[in-house]
Design a protein around this ligand. Structure first.
Ligand code: ZN
Length: 353
């Protein structure tokens, strides 16, 4: 099969991966059968999917660029092309399934198209934890609802024969078209007699987890069709902002304001670290804005070994008001240093790069 895949997506041959992706998203939306009811939109949508499946896969793209052949080798193998035949894969339910096409972009569910048809829906649970909890890991009890097959009354939907989809024939001036839509009886589940059940689980959150990470709990989504498997539960983690620690990956940042005399003379201070304390030695002669690294006092590296570091920035704090005695002492100090305004050359004050 030879076909202008770039033309299908409306991009030039030297388009970058991100240009291809954004062109695909735009055009797929336009021709998505839930949105576009024009004759030919469905076929166009399939072409768009096929073009993107190849152009977004560096190996297949390279083969296509080299030989000009849009091979279908990955289709049907459970790869990104598995859903081609299956315009059936996208049912009439705009809300849920429309998003599913874009799963791969959002790093969401990595479940392949082929498994989707034989299992229940995935569910999402949002869970917020503190930075301290993220640092050491924590077990959290959660409560949520999912659909279970009622052992007494759950049975295959006879309307769609358990497929979750029904074919509807539409007659238009151009002829009749068969359209696939979500089964109205079982709402696409392929089964009737499911019940909402409250579920309690303990989720073990590993140390070092970050906002945006997801934990998958197998088979805790909605029950699937008879004989199929349940969907999965995805726990989306948000790590709350901390009052004074900032986080960057496994490293932690904190800023301390210290009396300028402590920077001049040096000091040893107790500093807070995540879930504990540590000591920081500030050497004499430390300038304001100096950053110190406290090794291994950050968070565990979730993919890798050891812990991140903690960075402590110190800022000199100057008194806004002085007693008369303090003022006298500072003036004396200034004279000792030869720092009176008149003796200082402005050239010496300019910071040179
Ligand atoms: Zn049905």
């Amino acid at each position: 099969m030879s076909q202008d895949l770039y033309g299908t997506l409306g991009v030039s041959k030297d388009a970058s991966a991100s240009e291809i992706k954004s062109a695909y998203r735009k055009i797929a939306r336009k021709y998505h059968p839930d949105v576009n009811k024009e004759a030919g939109a469905e076929a166009k949508f399939k072409d768009i999917q096929k073009a993107y499946a190849i152009l977004s896969d560096s190996q297949r793209k390279q083969r296509y660029d080299q030989f000009g052949v849009a091979d279908d080798s990955a289709a049907g193998s459970g790869g990104p092309g598995a859903g081609f035949e299956g315009f059936e894969g996208f049912s009439g339910n705009f809300g849920g399934n429309f998003e599913d096409i874009f799963d791969t972009f959002f790093g969401g569910s990595s479940r392949s198209q082929s498994s989707r048809s034989s299992s229940g829906e995935d569910l999402r649970f949002d869970l917020t934890i503190t930075l301290e909890e993220a640092a050491i890991g924590v077990d959290k009890d959660i409560e949520f609802y999912h659909l279970e097959n009622d052992s007494g009354s759950a049975k295959k939907c006879s309307e769609c024969n358990g497929l979750g989809q029904v074919k509807v024939v539409q007659r238009t001036m151009l002829g009749s078209f068969q359209q696939i839509s979500t089964c109205p009886v079982c709402k696409g589940r392929g089964v009737i007699g499911q019940k909402k059940v409250k579920k309690k689980l303990t989720i073990t959150i590993p140390a070092g987890i970050e906002s945006g990470n997801q934990l998958r709990v197998s088979n805790e989504g909605n029950a699937g069709p008879i004989g199929g498997s349940a969907g999965d539960l995805y726990v989306f983690i948000t790590v709350k902002e901390h009052d004074y620690f900032q986080r960057d990956g496994s490293d932690i940042y904190i800023t301390l304001e210290l009396p300028f005399t402590q920077l001049i003379l040096g000091c040893t201070i107790d500093i807070p670290v995540l879930n504990g304390e540590a000591t920081l030695k500030v050497p004499s002669g430390t300038q304001t804005d100096t950053r110190f690294r406290v090794k291994s006092k950050g968070l565990p590296r979730i993919q890798g070994y050891g812990k991140g570091d903690m960075y402590v920035k110190v800022i000199a704090l100057f008194p806004k008001q002085l007693s008369s005695k303090e003022k006298k002492l500072v003036e004396e100090f200034q004279i000792l240093r030869g720092d009176e305004k008149t003796t200082r050359n402005i050239e010496d004050c300019i910071v040179k790069r």
